[in-house]
Write a protein that binds this ligand. Sequence first.
Ligand SMILES: [Ca+2]
Ligand SMILES: [Ca+2]
Ligand SMILES: [Ca+2]
Length: 136
Amino acid sequence: MMKSRREVVMSISVALALCTSGELSFARSRRDPLYGLDTDNDGTVDLEEAKKAASALFDRLDRDHDGTLDRRELRGHLSARELDDADPDHDGTLTKNEYLAVVEKRFNAANLDRDGTLDSKELKTKAGRALLRLLR
Ligand SMILES: [Ca+2]
Ligand SMILES: [Ca+2]
Ligand SMILES: [Ca+2]
Protein backbone atom coordinates (compact mmCIF):
# COMPACT_ATOMS: atom_id res chain seq x y z
CA MET A 1 0.00 0.00 0.00
CA MET A 2 2.73 2.42 1.05
CA LYS A 3 4.78 1.48 -1.96
CA SER A 4 2.03 2.03 -4.49
CA ARG A 5 1.22 5.34 -2.88
CA ARG A 6 4.84 6.38 -3.23
CA GLU A 7 4.69 5.31 -6.85
CA VAL A 8 1.66 7.52 -7.39
CA VAL A 9 3.47 10.45 -5.81
CA MET A 10 6.52 9.68 -7.95
CA SER A 11 4.56 9.62 -11.17
CA ILE A 12 2.79 12.86 -10.25
CA SER A 13 6.11 14.58 -9.66
CA VAL A 14 7.47 13.18 -12.93
CA ALA A 15 4.40 14.47 -14.74
CA LEU A 16 4.78 17.86 -13.08
CA ALA A 17 8.44 18.00 -14.02
CA LEU A 18 7.59 17.17 -17.64
CA CYS A 19 4.87 19.82 -17.64
CA THR A 20 7.17 22.46 -16.23
CA SER A 21 10.01 21.72 -18.61
CA GLY A 22 7.52 21.72 -21.49
CA GLU A 23 6.29 25.15 -20.49
CA LEU A 24 9.81 26.43 -20.15
CA SER A 25 10.87 25.23 -23.58
CA PHE A 26 7.67 26.68 -25.02
CA ALA A 27 8.45 30.07 -23.46
CA ARG A 28 11.99 29.85 -24.75
CA SER A 29 10.94 28.92 -28.27
CA ARG A 30 8.56 31.89 -28.50
CA ARG A 31 11.41 34.22 -27.59
CA ASP A 32 13.67 32.52 -30.12
CA PRO A 33 14.08 34.74 -33.20
CA LEU A 34 13.61 31.63 -35.33
CA TYR A 35 10.24 30.85 -33.72
CA GLY A 36 7.63 30.02 -36.36
CA LEU A 37 9.96 30.91 -39.24
CA ASP A 38 12.28 27.94 -39.61
CA THR A 39 9.72 25.65 -41.20
CA ASP A 40 12.27 23.02 -42.33
CA ASN A 41 13.87 23.02 -38.84
CA ASP A 42 17.46 23.37 -40.02
CA GLY A 43 18.25 26.04 -37.44
CA THR A 44 18.30 28.94 -39.92
CA VAL A 45 15.89 31.05 -41.96
CA ASP A 46 16.47 31.05 -45.70
CA LEU A 47 15.03 33.60 -48.12
CA GLU A 48 12.20 31.28 -49.14
CA GLU A 49 11.10 30.82 -45.51
CA ALA A 50 11.36 34.58 -44.92
CA LYS A 51 9.23 35.34 -47.99
CA LYS A 52 6.65 32.73 -47.05
CA ALA A 53 6.24 34.31 -43.60
CA ALA A 54 6.25 37.83 -45.09
CA SER A 55 3.60 36.89 -47.62
CA ALA A 56 1.34 35.45 -44.90
CA LEU A 57 1.82 38.59 -42.79
CA PHE A 58 1.07 40.79 -45.81
CA ASP A 59 -2.27 39.00 -46.29
CA ARG A 60 -3.10 39.39 -42.59
CA LEU A 61 -2.22 43.11 -42.58
CA ASP A 62 -4.25 43.85 -45.73
CA ARG A 63 -7.45 44.38 -43.81
CA ASP A 64 -9.40 45.96 -46.68
CA HIS A 65 -8.26 43.18 -49.05
CA ASP A 66 -7.31 45.59 -51.83
CA GLY A 67 -4.01 43.78 -52.48
CA THR A 68 -1.86 46.62 -51.16
CA LEU A 69 -0.72 47.84 -47.75
CA ASP A 70 -1.13 51.52 -46.91
CA ARG A 71 0.53 53.44 -44.10
CA ARG A 72 -2.20 52.53 -41.64
CA GLU A 73 -2.03 48.84 -42.42
CA LEU A 74 1.78 48.90 -42.17
CA ARG A 75 1.83 50.56 -38.76
CA GLY A 76 4.37 48.93 -36.44
CA HIS A 77 6.05 47.16 -39.35
CA LEU A 78 7.32 49.94 -41.62
CA SER A 79 7.74 53.62 -40.76
CA ALA A 80 6.47 56.37 -43.08
CA ARG A 81 10.01 56.96 -44.30
CA GLU A 82 10.70 53.28 -44.84
CA LEU A 83 7.41 53.03 -46.71
CA ASP A 84 8.43 55.91 -48.97
CA ASP A 85 11.79 54.25 -49.68
CA ALA A 86 10.09 50.96 -50.52
CA ASP A 87 7.41 52.55 -52.69
CA PRO A 88 8.97 53.26 -56.12
CA ASP A 89 5.80 54.75 -57.65
CA HIS A 90 5.16 56.84 -54.49
CA ASP A 91 1.45 56.16 -54.35
CA GLY A 92 1.65 55.60 -50.58
CA THR A 93 0.95 51.89 -50.74
CA LEU A 94 2.98 48.72 -51.20
CA THR A 95 2.03 45.81 -53.40
CA LYS A 96 3.09 42.37 -52.27
CA ASN A 97 5.99 42.43 -54.73
CA GLU A 98 7.22 45.75 -53.34
CA TYR A 99 6.85 44.37 -49.81
CA LEU A 100 8.78 41.22 -50.66
CA ALA A 101 11.51 43.33 -52.31
CA VAL A 102 12.04 45.07 -48.94
CA VAL A 103 12.10 41.66 -47.26
CA GLU A 104 14.82 40.49 -49.65
CA LYS A 105 16.86 43.67 -49.15
CA ARG A 106 16.70 43.34 -45.37
CA PHE A 107 17.42 39.63 -45.57
CA ASN A 108 20.62 40.36 -47.51
CA ALA A 109 21.56 43.17 -45.12
CA ALA A 110 21.19 40.81 -42.16
CA ASN A 111 23.07 37.93 -43.81
CA LEU A 112 26.50 39.05 -42.64
CA ASP A 113 28.39 35.91 -43.68
CA ARG A 114 26.64 35.70 -47.08
CA ASP A 115 25.86 32.01 -46.66
CA GLY A 116 22.29 32.36 -47.92
CA THR A 117 20.68 31.76 -44.53
CA LEU A 118 20.10 33.71 -41.33
CA ASP A 119 20.92 32.12 -37.99
CA SER A 120 19.51 33.40 -34.70
CA LYS A 121 22.60 35.55 -34.14
CA GLU A 122 22.11 37.31 -37.49
CA LEU A 123 18.39 37.73 -36.74
CA LYS A 124 19.27 39.54 -33.50
CA THR A 125 21.25 42.26 -35.30
CA LYS A 126 19.64 45.59 -36.14
CA ALA A 127 19.09 44.49 -39.75
CA GLY A 128 17.79 41.12 -38.55
CA ARG A 129 15.27 42.75 -36.25
CA ALA A 130 14.16 45.08 -39.04
CA LEU A 131 13.57 41.98 -41.16
CA LEU A 132 11.61 40.24 -38.39
CA ARG A 133 9.21 43.21 -38.22
CA LEU A 134 8.16 42.33 -41.79
CA LEU A 135 7.71 38.64 -41.02
CA ARG A 136 5.39 38.62 -38.00
CA1 LIG B 1 15.20 26.81 -42.34
CA1 LIG C 1 -4.95 47.30 -48.09
CA1 LIG D 1 24.06 33.90 -42.65
